[in-house]
Design a binder for this molecule. Sequence first.
Ligand code: NCD
Length: 308
Amino acid sequence: MSELKRKDILGLEEMSADEMELILDTAQSMREIIDRPIKQVPTLRGKGILSLFYESSTRTKISFDLAARYLSAGSVGVAKAGSSLDKGESLRDTVRNVEVMGPELVVMRHPSGGAPHYLAKNVDSSVINAGDGYHEHPTQGLLDMLSVRQKTGTLEGLKVAIIGDIFHSRVARSDIWGFGRMGSEVVVSAPTTLLPPNIEETGCRVEPRVEDALKDADVVCVLRLQLERQKQSFFPSVREYHALYGIDARRLALAKPGAILMHPGPMNRGVEITSDIADGPQSIILEQVPNGVAVRMALLYLLLGGGE
Ligand code: NCD
């Protein structure tokens, strides 16, 4: 496969292994541009990118902006504060305005699952989902896969353990679809209240005891406890959560020797992950970040026909 034959990137559920392979290979070549002293190439000169971030973001927003800049595309955008969402504008009206502005590509993060899909259906521009509610975060899934592949060479046959707040995590869903489709065995563990019903239908296995999930894992992906999304109490206390599901050196030692430790950020240090391992030799948490720029460059390039 040498071309991505789709207009939008909305989720990994609907993406084939061949498409993911193409994106990861392209992202790997983009890494070489990022590592150069002069990072800009003229590939997407003249293309317009609009970014609409209706939820807070640090890494994702910055990496899309950098990706556009490194490929010489023009990029403008709004973040939640300062957008008309605060003034009650409907998604439908936002869509109509985007339509008449006519950017080649729109990046959207939104608190409601399905918002980028609605946008994609109604505008000619390509749309990339930068995280929609609890649903998917496909670019994070892809950068997680790229980060692991750089270490292991393949994703096939790896045991990937995803630990933490699966219920509120769009990253978990994209990782489950992505790693699963690439031939990894995905195991999830969380308190029952933080596990969505029927999560097995996405192709993962549930291990109620975190120790069983970690046993012999090649990759340990720790998720943030999304306290801001919890309108009710999903567990008795943060202390108890840490005692039962927090990943520390003792628990990490249950995984394979030298297992890879990941976290999408932002981290709650001392809650879902302890600082000694987050900053330790098995952690690739800071390598995930430039890979995020590389994946977003690859997607801009593949969707906007950079080859022309
Ligand atoms: C994640 C997100 O926003 O879904 N962060 C990110 O994009 N790196 C995960 C999180 O907020 O915990």
